[in-house]
Design a protein around this ligand. Structure first.
Ligand code: NAP
Length: 249
């Protein structure tokens, strides 16, 4: 049996109420972590926390809009009060407001950059002190292949994800000497509510370019996150792992 060294590690997942975040929360719990499930929607976070408790791990549902500094500070306060430390932070919360640049409203630029990128800055800033003090920690940012390749209609979203990759690399350099790793996972085309919004023809168009010939599942992404959160990835930092079935290479 491979020892992932996750038992009793304390993990916090943002946007953990559904989709990829929910699967990450459940995967880390199955590997032995106690998990704080944060979401803007408390009911969905509570439902995932109940699933984790049923697996025999501790869990805490936290309501926070992660684009708000005050709400992120309160979320970390509650998490640390309950678990005393933070070993793993997964910045997963994300939204889209897609349209071509000429039609893109400033409010939708600000919203997407706030939820997808500023949130990670705020959460990393809160996690930094306890992790650096402990000389240990794993931060995983959920980016996207469009942050690497771009995508028409997603100027705000792809800029936020490219920004996350820059943040990941910079923090890996700032925190590396203290044993804290910072990596990103860049999913491709994954079956969740986010992609359910696409038309059948768009879905078929994207899938056509996937070498493995199918959309990814939240579990495909959660497995990469578990790897980065585990001791198997102790010597990996500042990297972007693409999980896209061969869409971008
Ligand atoms: P999803 O199903 O829409 O789930 C996103 C979660 O984030 C939801 O639970 C949502 O809450 C929560 N959330 C939204 N705004 C928030 C805020 N301000 N504060 C806290 N939580 C908030 O999306 P997903 O497909 O699982 O995506 C998860 C991550 O993977 C995102 O960062 C996304 O960009 C990235 N990603 C997804 C794909 C894909 O194909 N699905 C591809 C590449 C990258 P509500 O339910 O209340 O809205």
């Amino acid at each position: 049996m491979i020892d992932l060294s996750c038992t009793s590690k304390k993990a916090l997942i943002t946007g953990g109420g559904r989709g990829i975040g929910r699967e990450i929360a459940l995967r880390l719990a199955a590997a032995g972590c106690d998990v704080g499930v944060s979401d803007i929607d408390l009911a969905s976070a509570e439902s995932v926390a109940a699933e984790i408790k049923a697996l025999g791990r501790e869990s805490l549902a936290l309501k926070a809009d992660v684009s708000s500094a005050a709400e992120v500070a309160a979320m970390f306060g509650t998490f640390i009060a309950a678990f005393q430390k933070i070993d793993i932070l997964v910045n997963n919360a994300g939204i889209t407001r897609d349209t071509l640049l000429m039609r893109m409203k400033e409010v939708d630029w600000d919203l997407v950059l706030g939820v997808n990128l500023k949130s990670a800055f705020l959460c990393c800033r809160e996690a930094a002190r306890p992790m650096l003090r402990a000389s240990a920690g794993k931060i995983i940012n959920i980016a996207s292949v469009v942050g690497i390749n771009g995508n028409p209609g997603q100027a705000n979203y792809s800029a936020s994800k490219a920004g996350l990759i820059g943040l990941t690399k910079t923090l890996s350099k700032e925190f590396g000497s203290r044993g804290v790793t910072v990596n990103a996972v860049a999913p491709g085309f994954i079956q969740t509510a986010m992609t359910d919004k696409l038309s059948e023809s768009d879905r078929a168009k994207y899938t056509q370019n996937v070498s493995l010939g199918r959309m990814g599942t939240p579990l495909d992404v959660a497995n990469a996150v578990l790897f980065l959160a585990s001791s198997l990835a102790d010597y990996i930092t500042g990297q972007v792992i693409v999980v896209d079935g061969g869409l971008v290479m």
